[in-house]
Design a protein around this ligand. Structure first.
Ligand code: CTP
Length: 423
């Protein structure tokens, strides 16, 4: 397995000294840590001690030509699997919440496409101040993970919430979030630069500024009774990756997500739903859109009526009957709606005759493109729930088959294709 990488941003608070212990714990857990310090952080810890612990160059100066030539601040922000701000002062939280980028640390935070965890640490009055409350709420809306500070005696002698949690607790939270980060980052990391350019085209060429992109993702859950539901193995990863790529290309993105355990990509508006009917309603509310990409594995059927109480065995040994009703087809409904998006893309999850079934679906559902994939295979090995995908683009003009790629790269290529079609 590839080494996972943390970009650790240290801002200037008294708790900055705890970042040293945090680095030690992360390194012990086998993680690579690259440190970035704000100017103020350098009043509390030295680049030398961070450099020794990370065994890496410590970054700080936005205009350091050597650093810029060797790595570039955009790349620096993207090479990590997770960005951690620890400690996060009220000042850096305020800048993040307002999109201010006036030094290397805040520029990286604005430029990154990776999940971000902030670990606030400050005086209790600062933590409780309405401005901080507003900033934290905004950051959470933006999909930033906020670790709640501990309560206790502060360096200033006051008592209350605002203390940086124990480094071991922060390391555990980092481990938990890393487990959620799609592993395609690893696969991308293994590629040579040339292969990377071919497989993952530079999204800066895909311009979706001013466009509204609507994406559905994940499974739906169709309740049978208060404790049971009909579901499928969709993880939501491919849809989330497409939403992330579209947002990176400048689009306003609405992501209608079934029940999945994935962080919201940055800059994406997420609407969580459970059932197919809720998904259809959320999609209709989000219209109009320039492009709709229906990636969700919508349950075709639901229980005809949801039992109010848990269905019990009746003692006869015969299974309880489960009458089903067909769910609305969201993609087909969109295709004939007055507000049909100019570009309508469906996915086709098939276990046999992938292309023939996809071609039939293209016609039946009235969309412009079907992205077909083979979802056969055992749980854990299948595309469904996995991190790779081998897709075929089926349009009225023909079929184009792509190699087996990490889902992130499939998303980048698809968004590039969409951007050029809209132009
Ligand atoms: N889809 C949808 N609403 C449904 C079922 C599917 O919007 N009720 C969309 C999916 O999001 C996908 C496409 O239709 O974009 C194809 O989904 P798939 O599950 O492959 O096909 P089905 O329509 O369910 O057909 P079948 O079960 O016969 O394969």
């Amino acid at each position: 397995m590839t080494e996972r990488r943390i970009l650790l941003i240290i801002s200037g608070g008294i708790a900055a000294y705890k970042s040293l212990e945090l680095i030690r714990l992360l390194r012990r857990d086998g993680l690579a840590v690259r440190a970035v310090m704000t100017d103020n952080a350098q009043q509390f810890v030295t680049p030398l001690s961070l450099g020794v612990l990370t065994e890496d160059h410590v970054y700080g100066d936005m205009f350091d030509l050597k650093e810029e030539r060797e790595i570039g601040h955009i790349q620096l922000s993207r090479q990590a699997d997770l960005v951690v701000v620890c400690p996060a002062t009220a000042n850096i939280l305020g800048k993040m919440a307002n999109g201010i980028a006036d030094d290397l640390a805040t520029t990286l935070l604005l430029a990154t496409d990776k999940p971000v965890l902030v670990c606030p640490a400050m005086n209790v009055r600062m933590w409780d101040h309405p401005a901080t409350r507003r900033n934290i709420a905004q950051l959470e809306r933006d999909g930033i993970h906020v670790m709640q500070p501990d309560e206790g005696e502060m360096a200033c002698g006051e008592w209350g919430p605002g203390r940086l949690p124990d480094p071991a607790a922060i390391a555990a939270e980092i481990g938990r979030l890393l487990a959620e980060v799609p592993e395609q980052a690893d696969a991308a990391h293994l590629l040579t630069d040339t292969t990377r350019t071919i497989l993952a085209p530079d999204l800066s060429r895909a311009n979706l500024f001013g466009r509204h992109v609507l994406v559905t993702a994940g499974p739906t859950h169709e309740p049978i009774d208060p404790v049971r539901y009909i579901a499928n193995r969709s993880s939501g990863r491919q849809g989330f990756a497409i939403a992330r790529a579209a947002a990176q290309a400048g689009a306003r993105v609405t992501l209608v997500a079934g029940p999945v355990d994935l962080p919201t990509p940055r800059g994406v508006t997420r609407v969580d739903v459970e059932t197919a009917r809720q998904m259809l309603a959320a999609v209709e509310t989000a219209l109009p859109a320039d492009v709709a990409i229906m990636v969700a594995a919508v349950a075709d059927w639901r229980a005809a009526s949801e039992a109010g109480q848990k269905i019990k065995k009746d003692g006869s040994g015969a299974p309880a009957p489960l009458p089903l009703a067909e769910n609305p087809d969201i993609l087909a409904t969109l295709a004939i709606s007055d507000q049909r998006p100019p570009l309508l893309i469906g996915f086709a999850a098939e276990t046999e005759n992938v292309i023939a079934h996809a071609q039939a679906k293209l016609a039946r559902k009235g969309c412009d493109m079907i992205v077909a994939n083979d979802v056969s295979g055992l749980p854990g090995e299948s595309v469904m729930g996995g991190v790779h995908n081998r897709v075929h683009l089926v349009t009225a003009d023909g079929v184009e088959s792509w190699d087996d790629l990490p889902k992130d790269m499939v998303a980048n290529r698809l968004v590039e294709r969409i951007a050029s079609r809209l132009q």
